[in-house]
Design a protein around this ligand. Structure first.
Ligand SMILES: C[S@@+](CC[C@H](N)C(=O)[O-])C[C@H]1O[C@@H](n2cnc3c(N)ncnc32)[C@H](O)[C@@H]1O
Length: 520
């Protein structure tokens, strides 16, 4: 493929790469590599192989656990499995940073520049539903895609913010075990992916990006608990935004050190020799030489567009103790007992009603005193089959909207909150209406009524995804509650994974997919 690269970029790369420059340039003529990353919350590698979807299911992306190459013509973004959240389509190199962060179940993780959510969904897979993911982006429009991708992936333990890092740092001092700063950058590694990136590169200078990155990193540093890990990454090649950026950071933050990354699976060492003279002189040789422990992916070495990653550890302070990793123990019975958490973030959509009563709870023909939390509990009893201890979260109403918020989150007061937790539904006309996010986050066996669409009948699946009503014989509805009449909300599944709700009565399944979730 032909890419018109900026002359200034070519000259700079020639100077940096020396003998390797021709190979680097030749990579721009080669076809792009396409990647998808399995969502372990939905499918294991073995199950994926059995689904037999990709022509070559064994083409692993070497530096990731769940990444696979696919051929462009396979178009996985169009497949119904995409709508079931089985995978995320992601540029192969972009799968590296989250993989390096060593996220474990129970961790509190911040993804500070998260939209549209590629790395957040990857991190959530590593958390396996336990711990807390705070996903933030300062671009309001982009947080919509972020929230949707988190919901599509069936993530239950995430909070989505739309904030500047300085604001978050006030609420979460030294709170996170892991932080990812996938920084806004000049995007030199994206030139082959999108022509527009070349124009953007001309507009956003390397210097401007580097100042932004510095500010973001300074705030990230404040939020990391002692002993925690901070992963800084960019999809650009410029040393100013990579090695020099990290050298300056380490100089300003003597409580951080480079945690060396293993240079295997095509990863190359970071380049201390590319740190500019002034920065190198001021940071000193110990810091500069440690930069060889950072990593680069190069498009002429691996199948992918290229990336830079630096893993930094915050040293233990004197007397600091390992921050507690236990998952907060909240049983499902606590759903009934829990009060609304003391949290009143500045939600983007609505203002918090502290009495827990939404507008919907008061409107409608038969006014009732039931709060959204009570209506949600009633819905849980009728429509869901919950297991004791399944949900480490507490219900939280925001106007008519109901969230399950991971237990132990500090006050979000004053922050712009896009999702205060797992958005499970809202009260409309005095009834609880389950959300698409609830459907996507449930396991098939957690719903009382389930319809498994016939995977072989693509037509039925596509009609459902387009928002059409389906006519379904009653004996096809799986009735997990046993004694219940088959009527009401049915969790519609494909290959055992939810894709949305339908409302069933007398052979008719009314489609409950909202327009934003339908396939066009
Ligand atoms: C490289 S992209 C992130 C991609 C994302 N991590 C993913 O994997 O899908 C960088 C993001 O940083 C966001 N951003 C820019 N300045 C920011 C700031 N000061 N604070 C937080 N996010 C910022 C941009 O809106 C953009 O979405």
């Amino acid at each position: 493929m032909k890419v018109d690269l900026p002359t200034r970029f070519i000259d700079k790369m020639k100077q940096l790469l020396g003998e390797e420059f021709d190979e680097f340039m030749a990579s721009y003529e080669a076809p792009r590599a396409f990647g998808l990353r399995l969502n372990p919350l939905k499918v294991t590698k073995e199950e994926w192989r059995e689904l037999n979807y990709l022509q070559n299911p064994d083409r692993r992306i070497p530096w990731t656990e769940n990444g696979f190459y696919y051929k462009e013509e396979e178009r996985p973004g169009k497949h119904p499995f995409y709508h079931a959240g089985l995978y995320y389509i992601q540029e192969p190199s972009a799968m590296l940073p989250a993989e390096l962060l060593d996220v474990k179940p129970g961790h509190r993780v911040l993804d500070l520049c998260a939209a549209p959510g590629g790395k957040s969904t990857q991190i959530a897979g590593m958390l396996k539903g336990s711990g807390i993911l705070v996903a933030n982006d300062n671009a309001s429009e982009r947080t919509k895609a972020l929230a949707k991708n988190i919901e599509l992936a069936g993530i239950r333990n995430a909070i989505v913010l739309n904030e500047e890092p300085a604001a978050i740092a006030k609420s979460f001092p030294e709170w996170f075990h892991r932080i990812l700063v996938d920084a806004p950058c000049s995007g030199e590694g994206m030139f082959r992916k999108a022509d527009s990136m070349v124009g953007d590169w001309e507009k956003h200078s390397v210097q401007k990006c580097s100042a932004m990155q510095r500010d973001i990193m300074n705030h990230a540093a404040k939020m990391l608990a002692p002993g925690g890990l901070l992963l800084y990454s960019t999809c650009t090649f410029s040393p100013e935004e990579n090695e020099s950026q990290i050298a300056s950071f380490l100089e300003e933050h003597p409580d951080f050190v480079v945690e060396p990354i293993k240079h295997e699976c095509g990863l190359r060492a970071g380049r201390p020799d590319w740190v500019d003279e002034a920065t190198a002189a001021s940071a000193g040789p110990t810091i500069v030489s440690s930069l060889s422990g950072t990593a680069r992916l190069w498009p002429h070495v691996i199948e992918g567009e290229g990336h830079y990653a630096a893993l930094l550890r915050k040293k233990w302070g004197s007397g600091a103790t390992e921050i507690e990793l236990e998952r907060p123990k909240v049983s499902t019975t606590a759903i009934a007992a829990a009060a609304t958490p003391a949290l009143a973030g500045k939600m983007k959509e609505q203002r918090l009603r502290k009495d827990g009563k939404g507008k919907g709870a008061k409107s409608g023909s038969s006014a009732s005193d039931q709060t959204p939390v009570e209506l949600w509990e009633a819905f849980c009893k009728q429509q869901l089959i919950l297991r004791e201890g399944d949900w480490g979260s507490v219900p939280f109403s925001y106007g008519e909207r109901l969230y399950m918020q991971p237990a132990g989150v500090p006050s979000l007061d004053g922050l712009k909150v896009v999702r205060a937790g797992w958005y499970v539904g809202e009260v409309k006309w005095n009834r609880f209406v389950p959300s698409q996010a609830l459907a996507m986050g449930l396991h098939r066996d957690e719903a009382s009524l389930v319809l498994e669409l016939d995977g072989l009948d693509r037509d039925e699946v596509i009609r459902y995804l387009r928002g059409e009503t389906l006519f379904v014989a009653e004996d096809r509805i799986i009735n997990g509650a046993g004694d219940k009449k088959i009527k009401g909300f049915v969790l519609v599944c494909l290959a055992g994974r939810p894709i949305g709700w339908g409302k069933y009565e007398n052979g008719v399944l009314k489609n409950e997919l909202s327009p934003g979730w339908r396939r066009t």
